[in-house]
Design a binder for this molecule. Structure first.
Ligand code: GLY
Length: 583
């Protein structure tokens, strides 16, 4: 993820030096103004993909049409996370009131088994679930995008794949932001012969600004899908080539796995926060359940009075996170394999029971926390609202940046390393440091538990906020914090996604901070309450939240409704390849 000197810190110093008084209402972060548009808004992590989405909207497509076209375009222009070889989730709220959630996440191959990543000593073998072909689950993106188009879209497949096909065939010139998104994976990509041909310069060095990325093999796959639909992918040459690559590279993917792949249509998890209704990702994501549990717990605390960035507010938020991640890591898994207690975990009664266990002045302890009775990760999120009021939130991923960092020869398709999201062994942390349990053990055909949280917030039955971010387990807490930044702390949508986050995930028992998220004296106060507080200096920018606020740039001016609804789009200012574009 891009790193830059702190724009906020520099601007703050400058403002102080010039004695510049902030305009009312006060800005909490030195963020640019959100992008305003009258009709439609597309916010993605790659500007060309945002342009593709806006063109679809301008041509009369709805938000889902735009989301499908953006999904294909990101597979070409944002290969760190956009994909045909991975999967994702889509939360949909149509203007007529219909809601939907599509699970097109990867499934474990039929030959997968519970202990497949353990060595003879019973311990996980380093790298086996993250690097190379054995890390790959069965890809779901083509099935998911086509299911979305058929269920909610209005445009033909060929129209929606055409922009991606053109970008793959004719290529595009890398911007500085694109260069940053390619930089850290190039050494690994250079080791895979098929990936090296695409993503690395002939001398093995990383692609640079101004280089042109042309992907003829990927164009061939897009052409095949455009002509033949999902069957051309799952039963045709792309699947055959991926399976051949897997067999050669020591993986276990088979044609049977591809034939069995189906997108699941589920209902979003729902909860309320004051007058707002939240729709988010159900299992096999933990996202919606954990977001609802945290927000239900927090709703009764006076966060606004405590103030943004206050030790007290952070303490309450962190304690709610501690309980919610404990439950996530122990109890949630693929709903086809385990009973997920979503209703209990998102109930008001459960939130009350958690609050009764939270000490207002002392940090809890994660180790032994009894249940209340009863390398760099990479994903990408995009948010779209159209002129009719249809809203779509999509989070898609290869898991790690560039996934397993292997390409199936002849396809241009990078494979995911999503298998690492399973529990390798109860008690052993995964790529995100998540310590998980049996509910998320590997099994054939099973979907690994996710944290992806494409979220839509409604007010008076109309979309108010569309939100999501990459960041592994930090997705959940970043979405909660961006929501609170808008709803409790009065930030505009750009400030809300730019504000540096904090995170607690039960284990390890610590508050992780994006650098400069909290002042040294706030950190000291939290330590005095018993918290371990650590800035993640080696991970300076955690997420790239992409959000749309409907009606006004900040909540207290908002007038969400069908007729008076300018749109305000924002992507984390540090996501240099990304753009919010409206019309
Ligand atoms: N691979 C990240 C997630 O699904 O949470």
């Amino acid at each position: 993820m891009p790193t830059r000197p702190s724009f906020r810190a520099l601007s703050g110093l400058l403002a102080a030096a010039l004695c510049v008084l902030p305009a009312a209402p006060p800005a909490f972060a030195a963020s640019p103004a959100p992008v305003r548009a009258a009709h439609g808004m597309v916010v993605t992590a790659q500007r060309l993909a945002s342009e593709v989405g806006v063109e679809v909207l301008r041509a009369g497509g709805n938000a889902v049409d735009a989301a499908v076209a953006v999904g294909y375009a990101l597979a070409v222009t944002y290969p760190t996370a956009g994909n045909l070889g991975g999967g994702g989730f889509m939360t949909v709220r149509m203007a007529d009131g219909r809601t939907g959630f599509l699970d097109f996440r990867e499934r474990a191959p039929q030959r997968a088994s519970r202990d497949m990543y353990l060595g003879p000593d019973g311990e996980p073998v380093a790298g086996l679930s993250t690097d190379g072909w054995l890390a790959a689950g069965v890809p779901g993106s083509v099935s998911g995008l086509e299911t979305a188009r058929e269920r909610f879209g209005t445009k033909g497949r060929t129209d929606l794949i055409a922009p991606a096909l053109r970008l793959a065939r004719e290529g595009f010139t890398l911007s500085p932001g694109d260069e940053e998104s390619f930089a850290d994976a190039s050494a690994d990509l250079a080791k895979d012969p098929a990936a090296r041909l695409i993503y690395v310069r002939p001398d093995g060095s990383p692609l640079r600004t101004g280089d042109r990325l042309v992907q003829p093999d990927l164009a061939g796959v897009l052409q095949a899908v455009s002509e033949g639909g999902p069957a051309a992918f799952y039963e045709g040459e792309p699947a055959r080539r991926i399976v051949a690559g897997s067999q050669k590279g020591g993986g276990i993917l088979s044609m049977e796995d591809f034939k069995l792949y189906r997108t699941r249509e589920l209902e979003p998890v729902r909860c309320g926060y004051r007058e707002l209704e939240i729709l988010s990702a159900p299992p096999p994501s933990s996202g919606g359940t954990v977001i609802c549990q945290i927000l239900n717990t927090l709703e009764a605390y006076p966060l606004k009075d405590a103030g943004y960035g206050s030790a007290q507010g952070v303490h309450w938020t962190v304690e709610a996170m501690r309980f919610a991640f404990r439950d996530r890591n122990q109890e949630l898994g693929d709903p086809a394999f385990v009973q997920n207690p979503v209703e209990r975990l998102t109930s008001d009664a459960y939130a009350g029971a958690i609050r009764a266990r939270i000490d207002d002045a002392r940090a809890g302890v994660s180790e032994g926390l009894a249940p209340v009775s009863g390398e760099k990760p990479e994903t990408t999120h995009y948010s779209i609202v159209d002129a009719a009021g249809n809203a779509v939130a999509v989070t898609t991923t290869l898991n790690g940046s560039f996934g397993a960092r292997v390409v199936a020869p002849g396809t241009g398709i990078l494979l995911n390393n999503e298998m690492d999201d399973f529990t390798m062994k109860p008690g052993v942390p995964n790529l995100y440091g998540l310590v998980q349990g049996e509910a998320n053990a590997v099994a054939p055909g099973k979907t690994p538990l996710s944290s992806m949280s494409p979220t839509i917030v409604l007010r008076d039955g109309h979309p108010l906020l569309v939100l999501g971010t990459p960041g592994g387990s930090r997705i959940i807490t970043a979405v909660v914090e961006a929501f609170l930044n808008v709803v409790e702390y009065g930030m505009d949508i750009q400030e809300a996604v730019d504000a540096p986050p904090f995170h607690h995930q039960w284990l390890p028992d610590r508050i992780a901070l994006e650098p400069r998220a909290l002042s040294p004296d706030t950190q000291r106060m939290l330590r005095e309450m018993g918290h371990r507080v650590e800035e993640d200096a080696d991970w300076p920018v955690w997420g790239e939240a992409a959000a749309i606020l409907v009606g006004a740039p900040r909540l207290d001016e908002s007038q969400a409704g069908p007729s008076d609804r300018p749109l305000f789009g924002a992507i984390d200012s540090r996501a240099r390849a990304g753009a919010a574009i409206g019309y």
